[in-house]
Design a protein around this ligand. Sequence first.
Ligand code: NDP
Length: 331
Amino acid sequence: MSNYTPEFHRYDKMSYRRVGKSGLKLPALSLGLWHNFGDVDDFSNVRKMLQKAFDSGITHFDLANNYGPSPGSAESNFGKIMKQDLQPWRDEIVISTKAGYSMWPGPYGEWGSRKSLLASLDQSLKRMQLEYVDIFYSHRFDPETPLEETMTALADSVKSGKALYVGISNYPVEATKKAVEILMKLGTPCVIHQPRYSLLEREPENGLLELLENKGIGCIVYSPLAQGLLTDRYLNGIPADSRAAREVFLKKEKVEQLHSKIRALNTIAQNRGQSLAQMALSWLLKDERVTSVLIGASSVEQLQNNINCLKNLEFTAEDLELIDTTIGKLL
Ligand code: NDP
């Protein structure tokens, strides 16, 4: 039996933003379980990070069917901790999962068919030992499946009581427009979009943020620290326990290529009295179209450092220009 009791003042430590024009609110910072929460990771650290997040007012945890490694194990670990520690506070927590990337062998283990999405959701619920998730996403646009089929599967996840809201992730602008229309007709509005966005990855500025604002849809941005590049992690090389050393998703060559740019950004952050990670997060949160910034972390200390970004979300025009010219000059 757990002796965990959440911090009494947790909601004073966080701000909450409305998800587009929906009734739902999300914390300015949400926690993602893509890396560092799988069965290859230290379970006691996983548990500490989830408790720390909830104690800090982070009410939203983002998962996907394939998070681990091994695939599925982040959901299993999250389920264990929900059961062990967080179950009494289920109604204070927003849990999301996704289907779309490769999860099991054969033609139904990925992409956007009804077969794949609904089977995956059932598997996720089982792994997390949950009756429902709060948000169910189509993880990526499937150019080969009729969009109506994928969106109907999302809408049906809500109608069957297995999800409360639906969202889409990594959908290009045009596909987003169509998906939003279809979901509206089905009576299950798209409440949120999850794109990659950071100081170094500006794609959402090319029409997506504007579209979401116009349609009243929330935006939760992922990899806000460019997987750790926008932190002090790689200022002096590649530490053995870092993502770039351990995983294939952040390439060592990319870290080396961006090294001088990162150091220059770090100096700007220091002059603002922030860590580089804090400046990168504040920079995203200064835009009110960003509902929540979805961070990853490998320790409680990183989480705390990131949460402290909330102390300064203000940027002068000079700061912004300096950041952009620093990035531009070094690109
Ligand atoms: P980030 O860009 O926030 O990178 C997180 C990594 O940065 C950590 O694992 C850690 O690296 C490092 N880090 C974090 N904080 C600090 C700090 N204060 N100081 C030093 N280093 C720090 O996000 P992720 O790429 O992890 O993505 C976040 C979430 O977004 C995922 O968990 C997932 O939920 C979601 N996501 C969604 C995708 C989609 O397709 N929809 C795709 C990718 C992510 P290290 O581990 O090396 O210590």
